[in-house]
Design a protein around this ligand. Structure first.
Ligand code: OGA
Ligand code: NI
Length: 249
């Protein structure tokens, strides 16, 4: 249990235990997943098959992340669908994602006797590029859409794919990161596994130069993980405040 946001394995309660004024009704286990061979020895060795199962899960979600990212890059006109259309520059960005950061967060939301007094997680957006979320059959996740909170109905054998702040910045605002929260209930525990993916940890994230022109001026400042981690370590994260701080007006 550590408040060091860069430690390869952490468990805890709430978001930022030192700064949150109200604790969230959540326990979590966070595993840094990249580079896998470096972090694996730090992961829990009990239960005995934990490392193998979690490592397989990490590899498979990474594979899915890359497939979805290819489609997103194609939708932005940054990656050709056919080999003839591809340029070296286009492949460069995908290479960066192959070597990108990956974090696995296992969330447990125990039943809460007074669910109206707290939340499992307060409204926030994820700071990576994409989050692949596996939720069990218990409702809890809500996204904000047109000012209203909409429950994301659990669908067996499927992932919820959330757009994160880095994709909003990278796409210069064409994709919007989603504001979401988790509510709790008095009857059933809820489990979810979030797999957060982005560019390499030391990389600057900024709008793709190909998406900036006279009609579409640069809308965000470049940012990096270090700035973000400093930000969430120093205050109570509120909504999309970090992203707001990166916006150029
Ligand atoms: C998260 C998150 C939602 C959920 O871990 O960032 O938003 O349903 N989780 O557990
Ligand atoms: Ni989230």
């Amino acid at each position: 249990m550590s408040s060091d946001m860069t430690s390869p394995v952490r468990y805890g309660t709430s978001l930022n235990q030192r700064k949150d004024s109200v604790f969230c009704w959540r326990d979590f286990l966070k595993l840094v997943c990249h580079p896998l061979s470096d972090v694996l020895p730090h992961w829990p060795s009990c239960p005995m098959d934990f490392r193998e199962v979690a490592a397989t899960y990490a590899r498979e979600t990474k594979w899915l992340f890359i497939r979805i990212t290819e489609a997103i890059l194609e939708s932005l006109g940054l990656w050709g669908a056919t080999t003839e259309e591809k340029t070296e520059e286009d492949d460069e960005i995908l290479k960066q994602f192959h070597d990108g950061s990956q974090l696995m967060v296992v969330n447990c939301f125990p039943p809460c006797p007074e669910p109206d007094l707290t939340l499992g997680m307060p409204p926030h957006s994820d700071y990576g590029f994409l989050t692949l979320l596996l939720q069990d059959e218990v409702e809890g996740l809500q996204i904000q859409y047109k000012g209203k909170w909409i429950t994301v109905e659990p669908m067996p054998n499927s992932f919820v794919v959330n757009v994160g702040d880095h994709l909003e910045i990278f796409s210069n605002g064409r994709y919007k990161s989603v504001l979401h929260r988790v509510f709790v209930n008095p009857a059933k525990p809820r489990l979810s596994v979030a797999s957060l993916h982005s560019l390499p940890f030391n990389c600057m994230v900024g709008p793709s130069p190909k998406l900036i022109d006279q009609v579409n001026p640069r809308r965000y400042k470049d940012t990096d993980f270090a700035t973000f981690l400093e930000y969430i370590s120093s205050c109570e994260p509120k909504k999309k405040n970090f992203l707001e701080s990166r916006k150029l007006t």
